[in-house]
Design a protein around this ligand. Structure first.
Ligand code: KG4
Ligand code: ZN
Length: 352
């Protein structure tokens, strides 16, 4: 039997100084089955099959249904990604896969498929942390970007302000103590009777609304740059329930706008404070909530006012995709990462 891991190590070390090789990457941590081909920091193909329509009727992602749909989709999406890139599997030099954080069953589909493919095709496998993948999306849209930089990572599962020194060294300057900001958007939408996923729905509903409801800010004046979105969500629920109980008429647009304004406000204020404290003058936005227009505009305006550069990946690269996983793997190879063994397991609560 071949020694897969020794071979992989040799292959990765010969790739380390190159930038024109293809990586085939997989992302299946939640409700998007995604396969991409990347070359250095460039996207060659980026296929995303969203299951949103399937989960919508349940009001959120049903883990078992997500896993099954990943299993149904992943093989033909791989064919599609290779075809769209105009290459064959034999042209690929490495395989990359998200192994956490995310839904266990969903992750296992991607991990198992990527392991089988890597072994069968004699390719080294890179295990990528989903959160780091989101950060790496910025290398695609800003290929000149080099650390150090600050990353504001705002997704459905995580909310972090990071000082990024390399792929293996990301210092947490601030984190949520409870709900992630995307989760808070999803719950706020539910209170207003809007469908899943709530982020884009709140954004749409907020159009034409005014931030008339004053929602409290948790952890104000704290030394750390942490967040608490559970308090914001509860304040919103109490405001809406109170008005309903009193039989008061209210404008859902005003409620959505008030929530969005406060959520964006605390993200941008803490990020600007991170810039002041570290003196690092580049901020990269990442994660699904990074697709929010108010967040993008408010962060850019703050950067202009306070003299820091703001990088905004296109919206399609903020939400889950496999290209960001491929580019994260490329950066990790440059930094001398070890290949993943065939015993690689999924880790639903993987931290940074
Ligand atoms: O990064 P992502 O695609 O998946 C995770 O890693 O969680 O983020 C999904 C989250 C969901 O909570 C969704 O409601 C939110 O990102 N989101 C948005 C917008 N688009 C997606 N939140 C606010 N405004 C948006 N336009
Ligand atoms: Zn994500």
């Amino acid at each position: 039997m071949k020694n897969y891991l020794t071979d992989s190590r040799e292959k990765l070390s010969s790739l380390r100084s190159l930038n024109d090789f293809y990586i085939l990457s997989f992302e299946s941590s939640c409700d998007e089955t995604a396969v991409a081909v990347t070359k250095g920091r460039e996207i060659v193909s980026n296929i995303i099959s969203s299951q949103i329509e399937i989960h919508k009727r349940f009001g959120g992602v049903v883990p078992e249904i997500a896993s099954r749909n990943h299993a149904l989709q992943i093989d033909h999406l791989t064919r599609e990604a290779l075809d769209a890139a105009g290459i064959e599997l034999k042209d690929v030099s490495a395989v990359a896969v998200t192994y956490g954080a995310g839904l266990l069953g969903a992750l296992l589909v991607g991990v198992s498929y990527a392991k089988a493919l890597a072994y069968a095709a004699d390719l080294p496998l890179i295990a990528v942390n989903h959160i780091k993948g989101h950060v790496a999306a910025n290398f695609i849209s800003a290929p000149e970007l080099e650390p150090p930089f600050i990353a504001l990572l705002a997704s459905g599962g995580h909310t972090y302000i990071l000082s990024v020194k390399s792929m293996s060294d990301m210092e947490i300057l601030g984190a949520t103590l409870d709900d992630a900001v995307g989760e808070a958007f999803d719950k706020a939408a539910r209170v207003l009777g809007l469908p899943y996923p709530g982020g884009p729905e709140i954004e749409r509903a907020a159009k034409g609304g005014k931030p008339v409801y004053k929602l409290p800010r948790a952890l104000k004046g704290e030394k750390r740059l942490d967040f608490s979105f559970s308090g914001l969500k509860t304040a919103l629920i109490n405001t809406v329930h109170g008005m309903r109980q009193r039989g008061e008429e209210f404008s859902p647009a005003d409620v959505a706008c008030s929530f969005q304004t406060e959520a964006v406000g605390v993200l941008v204020d803490n990020t600007a404070e991170a810039v002041r404290r570290t003196g690092i003058k580049t901020v990269a936005l990442a994660g699904g909530v990074g697709a929010n227009t108010l967040l993008r505009e408010t962060l850019s305006a703050r950067g202009e006012k306070e003299g820091f550069k703001v990088l905004l990946p296109p919206k399609k690269l903020c939400t889950d995709n496999a290209a960001m996983i491929g580019v994260a793997a490329y950066e990790m190879i440059r930094e001398g990462v070890s290949p993943a063994p065939l015993s690689l397991d999924a880790d639903p609560s993987l931290e940074l």
